[in-house]
Design a protein around this ligand. Sequence first.
Ligand code: CA
Length: 443
Amino acid sequence: MNPNTHLDATHDLALCSWVASANDGATDFPIQNLPYARARRAGTDEPWRIMVAIGDQALDLAAAVLAAEHTDAQTAALAPLVQGDLNAFMTRGPADWQLVRESLSRALTMGSPAERALAPCLIAQSALEFALPCTIGDYTDFYTGIHHATTVGKLFRPDNPLLPNYQWVPIGYHGRASSIGVSGQTVRRPMGQTKAPDSDSPQFGPCKRLDFELELGLVIGTGNALGERIDMAQAEAALFGMVLLNDWSARDVQAWEYQPLGPFLSKNFATTISPWIVTMAALAPFRLPFTRPAGDPQPLPYLDSAANRAAGAIDVQLSVWIETAQMSASKASAVRLSSSNFSEAAYWTATQLVAHHTAGGCNLQAGDLLGTGTLSGPAPDQAGSLLELSMGGKTPITLPNGEQRTFLADGDGVILKGRCSAVGAVALGFGECRGTVLPALAG
Ligand code: CA
């Protein structure tokens, strides 16, 4: 039984925590979630530690392990977490992930005898600063959002929006791991080469069409040896969890550079992810069947399985918000620009991305990150980028305070959110993924 899709006592609707803020119904972090981050008290030089979110608190696992008794199996599974090494924990595989999830769930449940020992190991999340949750050795960005691919394809190639390989191949490109940052970061507007349609030659200067992309990121838990594959039957167990992901994009740079090998400097200057990795186990109650529109080709056998058809999709409600410098100065709340759903937006599932990535023998490793691609819904107001929302920069969006945007301005904060709900399950979320645009460097 795979814990990624199997429901157990840790998902129980009736489960409440002795951490009161975990039970309020609105939190992203009820006891059924239990996501992992790497954090420390803000403003200190304490070592980064692995923490688990519970309500508005975070459980410091290094402190928690010292405070309580454990079996030998628990001690072995927890050892890499005590050392602050999430990659080493992920490498240990689904049996250990599940053992720790069950242990944390029991220890944090209302009435647990562990409360007295663990209560001092809680830190308010508002008092933390975050690092990337794990070492990300490699980053690949897919392009599974078919509505995004069609709309953007129309803007770049009006007569040929969706290329014929799209319905057969999970399209992707190799991204840049070194420039991935964690929520809260600032992102400097990139310089780049652009060419206006009416100009004979390109120029070099600050990007004028800076954009976000609303994506999810899949975190690989257990990889594969070079030359081997992770097939559809094995792919579920290779996935550890998911984060929100903003693939910052310089559209003017992209339009000039992308042919024939795809995006390069238009994407490699920054990617922001949310700090908490929501585990696949926590997402089990939100699985949906994977279906294809009538008339579309079915996946080739190496991208198909009964389990994927039955429960390959995941219901994650996504939204993107903007908070401009003017809004921040006047203490106005962030404004939602659009919302969509992973299960409606994506043409391929998480397991199909893993199976495809490794089909030629490419080795994935613990901590590798696979972006889903921009997850735009079918309606125009469900678009996951400004490129789509402003129809290629032709139609400005007017914000409630009167400001207008076609693309991002300096000082704009972009916030991604994700939340899952289903009948018979406690709703949970991903926290937020926030980044703020800095002006380009002068000269
Ligand atoms: Ca992307």
